[in-house]
Design a protein around this ligand. Sequence first.
Ligand code: GLN
Ligand code: ZN
Length: 759
Amino acid sequence: MTTSHILGYPRIGEQREMKFALEGYWRNELDQKTLKKVGKEIRHQGWSLQEDQGLTYTTAGDFAWYDHVLGTSLLLGHVPKRHQKGHPDLDTLFRIGRGQSQQGCDCVGQAASDMTKWFNTNYHYIVPEFSKDDKFEVSWNQLFEEVSEAQAGGYSVKPVLLGPISYLYLGKEVEEGFDRLSLLPRLLTAYQAILSKFEKLGVEWVQIDEPILALDLAPRWLESFRLAYQIIRSDVKVLLTTYFDSITDSLATITQLDVDGLHIDLCAAPDQLNDVVTALPSHWVLSAGMINGRNVWRSDLDGCLQRLQPVKAQLGERLWIGSSCSLLHSPVNLESETQLPPETQQWFAFAKQKVEEVKWLALALDGDEAALEYCQNYSHPIRARKHSSWVNKPQVKARIDSITNHCDKRSAGYNERAHHQKEVLKLPLLPTTTIGSFPQTGEVRQTRAAFKQGRLSQLQYERSIQSFIQDSVRRQEEIGLDVFVHGEAERNDMVEYFAEQLSGFQTTQFGWVQSYGSRCVKPAIVVADIERKKPMTVGWSQYAQSLTVKPMKGMLTGPVTILCWTFPREDITREDIANQLAFALKDEVKDLQQAGINIIQIDEPAIREGLPLKTSAHQEYLNWATKAFRISASSAKPETQIHTHMCYSEFNEIIDSVAALDADVITIETSRSNMDLLKAFEDFNYPNEIGPGVYDIHSPNVPSVEWIEKLLSVAAEKVPPERLWVNPDCGLKTRGWKETEQALKNMVEAAQSLRTRWS
Ligand code: GLN
Ligand code: ZN
């Protein structure tokens, strides 16, 4: 019989029960007992599903109260000093994750640990902090309790554990002059203790996740695996688990490790299969990650079967079938969707359906007649989709086919454009502006909700949004900004807004995925060729411009960001999707320009996070990503000024690609790093204009005039003042009006006083 399992199941609950319980607990509205009960119910739902579907193993230990890396820190008793207070418990965990466990607790004032992206997903983990004298000691019983809990329920349990090398690698040193890898021997002692506890619990297999094996690891990190897996050897069998990319480059080292099997991701890196099968030690099992844990598409089970049958013939019982990675990155249950068109419904599989897919594939590999037939039928809708005229639009394909080496070029180079723009825009030295959104007050959100639910007519809705625009224009006038924005009151989210208007996207009701802690996102799905049905932003921008003589900045989300923050199609490349979006945006730019909008911002905050894991693949990605951006902007006349905006990550390493966007102006998050980022622009000799953010919008604190002047003076040492803009770090939608107005007034005052001094 083919062994079947998944690497992990979502822990937010079908209706985001965990989110609401956590937030209730943090607000002191729910006690810890009730919170724990909710967690337990969610775990049991996942386990009983795996059991009901007949998977060989039920995965435990994948649950997390906030984040699984943070959970590992607690398990190891590895708590940042500032959060150490008695024996680590659930409140310790919340304090590390969010600075505070519950409202009104006496723990406020200690900073939360940093959070960063989990590989190239949109999940974020809490970064472990390492110091020279750190100790590791199994301190938190959550994991073992879960394993016992599952065993008591009669499940055949396979616990999952984040591996020691990945745990170290994913953290950071918080002390100078030491290398966290030197902590490995001490860390391994704790891992030995964990494994011996598993042994006592009668665990047969443990899944040890070492996702960093898919990165380009420095030799000392790769080498450390050898010793580590020798030392933690016990009677429990180890399935060494990798995902998100190929491991063929490290296969020679990996196959020498003292483990009992290997899991590989055949969705992210299908081509590694043959190499791995060939190199697989004869006593190892191979877990084939065939069912994609990171996307919402139904698997082509029949196709999977055909690929795996020869492997099955070769490996026999040593072949396991699994999800490619944890299903944490999938929405929970497709059955909750009641508003999908019936045709589309059959294209998708969420976590629950993916568990079923694993089962059917394993059964079919064993030759089960019913399963073979099931797989065949199951593949029909998505195979039919490939030829559906609704999905493939010749007019979209024709535009993609028309892409040439020059189609992404503006009609004039930057210097000439800058000259034209100066004449048209007549902006002062150090022009002031904002990034796009203004405070999303309760009233703004209620208006959108009322319209969505049909409680407001189209006309009433338009009037309300117009009144928000009027209000924001009046405020900008009073503040004295130079370049205005309309404020984005009509947008709930910078990607969803466009996904709802472009054809080719499907949005869902409950397709939530955990982003971090209690925060979930609901990405739209690219289902067909993307086309713009009609102008998407022109009406609002034009109306806003009619209210003022100041230039009104049009506001678009860039092709790469829309791509990165949605579930992509898998039948065409990411590059093709980005280009389809680019053409739709190009038309929007053209229409905005025609409607009298002379400045257009195309936001690309996500451009860096789309980078593939392997360095060798970076350049290719950056080439097509920047090209897609340029295509979007290519309809702009020389006198139309194109802005872009970036935030959330460091752009130093990709500064040449930032320059390759050839935007006339880039506004970028820099205030938290004290303008450090500008060094990269200076070293690179960045040719166009830059608006380094002069205050952090994540905090309600109002920056003083002096503070902003100081930052701008630092900036002016690195970028000539004639090319400097003055703006906040990011959009202001999460702020209130009061602090926003005060902060922007100070910002304008600082710009004005430097303007007189510097000109
Ligand atoms: N224009 C968007 C806003 O102001 C940009 C948001 C972002 O960078 N994430 O909200
Ligand atoms: Zn931003």
